[in-house]
Design a protein around this ligand. Structure first.
Ligand SMILES: *Cc1c(COP(=O)(O)O)cnc(C)c1O
Length: 357
């Protein structure tokens, strides 16, 4: 979801933003009209996430999935010293294992921990890094299974990298604990098309010589994300979303609202006898609430889930199916989802269960 206020503002400003007589879609990316837009978006992101000065903020393309390759190439792709480097990965779900598969093309992946044994329903305890780990990689919020880290693991001097695509700006995060953070914009920051990378400056410049220019963090940092044409409209929209977060009272207010929303839904599911949230309590995501039907055989469960989805759709509640890879049900309650939206879902869940009895 995007905040309705943001969509309305974008609609009003579509033909003329900031009195320039142009849409943000039409601007030259190096023009005096666009530069204030990208600078504002970066400034707001730095304020809201409290990004220290020794980190660069990059606005890239290719989605979070391209970061699955850029991270290993830029942080550990140089094998000129002889032999491949090793990187530690925690396998906490679909996006983490996709990152593992992609990284394996460039580095030796050491899977430090995994929660695959229980269908990724928890965050595995993270063992400390080993000598030789070039970096340590986690997926902070597991969008598909609905788990999230409570706090970053302590990896000492080993750079900690996290995919925060589905939880960026949802609650405070101590950026200084990480060496690199990245997030696709489309879950919590704006429309699809832009990926935010937050990288500590001492990590820039280690990409091997064969690295395509577009995949080098140091080039994008040096050129302030204007090496080539960036996704200008998406950067403009992110600026509006970040202004909306400020207007809501900033990250602490947003986090409080997100906690209240998640608690409403988990309390309802914990009290239900028809539904069950599969994720272990301490690891539950604030953003992606997964649940399954908890009665009957597989056929009955699937039929009830289908009925739940179609009756919900009649009430205007959509996108409640679990990810195609795992099934079940999932409510993604990103920043823009109002508390009223969650309350409506809770009422619907209660009524669905009652009508069945
Ligand atoms: C959605 C998502 C991705 C994929 O992002 P794209 O922008 O589609 O490449 C990767 N990681 C996580 C945690 C996600 O939620």
């Amino acid at each position: 979801m995007l905040p309705l206020e943001v969509l309305e503002q974008a609609a009003a400003e579509m033909p003329d933003v900031n009195g320039t007589g142009q849409s943000a879609m039409e601007m030259s990316h190096r023009s005096a009209d666009f530069l204030p837009i990208i600078e504002k978006t970066e400034r707001l992101l730095r304020e809201i996430l409290t990004i220290p000065d020794n980190y660069s903020v990059l606005f890239l393309q290719g989605g979070a999935v391209l970061q699955f390759a850029m991270v290993p190439i830029n942080l550990a792709g140089d094998s000129s010293g002889g032999g491949r480097k090793t990187a530690a990965y925690v396998d906490s779900g679909v996006w983490a294992s996709k990152a593992i598969d992609e990284a394996g093309k460039y580095v030796n992946v050491r899977v430090a921990a995994s929660s695959k044994d229980k269908n990724y329903s928890y965050i595995p305890p993270a063992p400390p890094p080993e000598a030789g780990d070039a970096y340590y990689y986690i997926c902070y919020n597991n969008t598909i299974f609905g788990t999230r880290w409570q706090s970053p693991p302590d990896t000492g001097e080993v750079p900690l990298v996290a995919d925060i695509s589905s939880c960026i700006a949802s609650e405070p995060l101590d950026v200084s604990r990480f060496a690199l953070l990245f997030a696709g914009a489309q879950k919590n920051l704006g429309p699809a098309g832009c990926t935010v990378v937050i990288i500590r400056n001492d990590l820039l410049g280690a990409a091997p010589p064969w690295t395509p220019a577009m995949l080098r963090y140091d080039i994008h940092a040096k050129e302030k994300s204007l090496y080539n044409t960036p996704p200008c409209y998406c950067i403009y929209m992110m600026g509006l979303v970040l202004e909306w977060i400020q207007g809501m009272g900033g990250i602490d207010a947003i986090a409080g609202r997100n906690q209240r929303k998640a608690a409403l839904l988990y309390d309802c599911l914990d009290a239900s006898r028809l539904f069950r949230p599969p994720v272990e309590k301490p690891h539950r995501s604030l953003m992606n609430v997964t649940f399954v039907v908890n009665e009957g055989d597989a056929v009955r469960r699937a039929a009830l889930e289908q009925r739940f989805l179609s009756e919900a759709a009649v009430q205007g509640m959509v996108n409640l199916a679990g990810h195609r890879l795992v099934g079940g049900l999932r409510a993604s309650i990103y920043n823009a989802m109002p508390e009223e939206g969650v309350k409506s879902l809770v009422s619907f869940i209660e009524k669905f269960e009652k009508d069945l009895r």
